[in-house]
Design a protein around this ligand. Structure first.
Ligand code: ATP
Ligand code: MN
Ligand code: MN
Length: 291
């Protein structure tokens, strides 16, 4: 597949010719990124991105006037239908329609009521350094390990980090949300200077709010490899835990350098994510023994 210099982009599998309108329009003043650069980025990471979108209802963040303009968060097409993409051509059609961000549910269409993952969204409050966010992610990981759950890390592309726990599809959304809430309550109770279990900016000054609300039914999180509609256009990037100390921010990688970074990645840091089989059973027992 080639990304030529024309405003046309060919996309598999249908070999369809998608016309990109306004290809050279600057969509981010901060980086000077253009619409066609965004389209080319998505096309170039298709093999990395598609497994993260596969069968999942999506929420799209569209930026018709660029990332500095009004953003539209869209969860449905034509009435009440959830948005699910099956191939890159559909992804690129959405980018043609000014979609910048792709967010996903924690469950897939064939079993919508049973999530196959839990997300811990680390949101730094005012005055929190990124060093604290890194430490916070490590602490979340350590607690999850105690609860016999393996977790994977990605940058959010924004300010924070996302810790993702793959699950066998057994518990429903409510159970997953209750579990993640209990984990966050435990963190905030044992390390109250570092963590807050309450959302809202005033509750997290100097602390990290670990947002368990991402695990409710119908809730979404920015997908791995999604670009963010924010100045500088950060990219949500999966990273190895060993790389955590080197991260400079949630937007460590951006539209400009994310693809290059991937060509230097020797082993997919999330390679084992897809085959990990685990449930909440042991962790639930341990958390319940707490109170
Ligand atoms: P950061 O690291 O900067 O926190 P993030 O992607 O984690 O980046 P959050 O603000 O923590 O951003 O998360 C917002 C979440 O809320 C997203 O995961 C998104 O799916 C969801 N969401 C729900 N409604 C909206 C909306 N109207 N606009 C944007 N996001 C929304
Ligand atoms: Mn966040
Ligand atoms: Mn959040």
């Amino acid at each position: 597949k080639t990304a030529g210099t024309s405003s046309r982009t060919s996309s598999s599998p249908a070999n369809s010719q998608l016309r990109i309108t306004h290809p050279d329009r600057v969509i981010d003043e901060a980086s000077g990124a253009t619409k066609i650069q965004l389209v080319r980025y998505y096309e170039s990471v298709s093999e990395w991105l598609l497994p993260h979108l596969d069968q999942r209802p999506l929420a799209l963040v569209r930026a018709p006037d660029g990332v500095g303009g009004q953003l539209f968060f869209q969860k449905h097409v034509e009435g009440d239908d959830l948005i699910v993409v099956r191939n890159m051509a559909q992804v690129l059609e959405f980018t043609q329609l000014n979609t910048v961000e792709f967010h996903t549910w924690n469950s897939r269409a064939d079993k919508l009521d049973k999530p196959d993952r839990i997300v811990f969204d680390l949101d730094p409050g005012e005055g929190v350094s990124f060093a604290q966010v890194r430490e916070g992610a490590q602490l979340v990981r350590a607690l999850l390990e105690e609860l016999q759950l393996k977790a994977w890390l990605k940058t959010s592309g924004g300010k924070g980090l996302h810790v993702v726990v793959p699950l066998t599809r057994r518990a429903d959304h409510d159970a997953c949300k209750a579990f993640s809430h209990a984990v966050v309550d435990h963190l905030a109770a044992t390390l109250p200077k570092r963590f807050s279990a309450k959302s809202g900016p005033r509750n997290r000054v100097g602390k990290i709010f670990v947002d368990y609300l991402r695990n409710g039914e119908g809730q979404t999180t920015a997908a791995a490899f999604s670009v963010r509609a924010r100045p500088g256009m950060g990219v949500s990037m999966p990273v190895d835990w060993d790389q955590l100390p080197d991260l400079k921010g949630g937007d460590h990688w951006t539209l400009r350098d994310a693809r290059d970074h991937l060509s230097f990645v020797k082993r997919d840091p999330w390679a084992d994510y897809w085959t990990c089989r685990q449930t909440l059973t042991a962790g639930l027992r341990m958390l319940q023994a707490e109170d």
